[in-house]
Write a protein of this length. Structure first.
Length: 179
């Protein structure tokens, strides 16, 4: 396999996501998108944190402080790892996911609350596609894809800013001579 034929993990993951996402029901699309975005935030934080067990404990497991989508969104924003517009969009996706996750019937992208949330997402499509953009599911799909194309590469960029342990003051063990 030549270097140009080498599979790029981010492209592979994005392709796999799109294969699943495009076949999903409204509920499935909301849950799948949120799960993939959540995993992407996990990767961003992991790329930034020290390579120590304590970092994993913050991110994974039942008592992980940063184990929820909401906590990861907030931490990424507070550390400057995502932009303010990305922070707002992620919170809209989280709210949409929660709507689908907490109701078991009579819910779709046409449900008023979800429709309203979708129309708080930015429309980046052509103005000529305005009619197309009037459907909440279309707007949701476009916004998910655009945000993911920005965030999927972020762990590689963040890797350059990875935290390292610093010595702020040298502490030396004093040897005391016995009396």
């Amino acid at each position: 396999m030549s270097k140009t034929d080498k599979e790029i993990p981010e492209e592979k993951a994005f392709g796999e996501f799109l294969d699943i996402f495009n076949k999903e029901t409204d509920r499935g699309a909301a849950l799948t998108a949120a799960a993939f975005l959540d995993q992407t935030l996990y990767e961003i934080l992991k790329s930034f944190f020290l390579d120590v067990n304590e970092s994993q404990e913050l991110l994974e497991g039942g008592g992980a402080v940063l184990g929820t989508f909401s906590a990861r969104i907030n931490m990424c924003y507070c550390l400057g790892l995502i932009q303010e517009n990305e922070y707002r969009e992620l919170n809209i996706f989280r709210k949409i996911r929660n709507e689908f996750g907490h109701k078991w019937k009579n819910i779709s992208f046409e449900t008023q609350k979800i429709n309203d949330l979708c129309f708080n997402l930015p429309w980046v499509g052509s103005i000529e596609l305005k009619e197309y953009s009037l459907k909440a599911r279309n707007r949701f799909n476009f916004a998910v894809v655009i945000l993911l194309t920005d965030l999927l590469w972020r762990p590689q960029v963040i890797q350059n800013e990875k935290r390292t342990s610093k010595i702020y003051r040298e502490r030396k063990q004093l040897k005391l001579n016995p009396p």
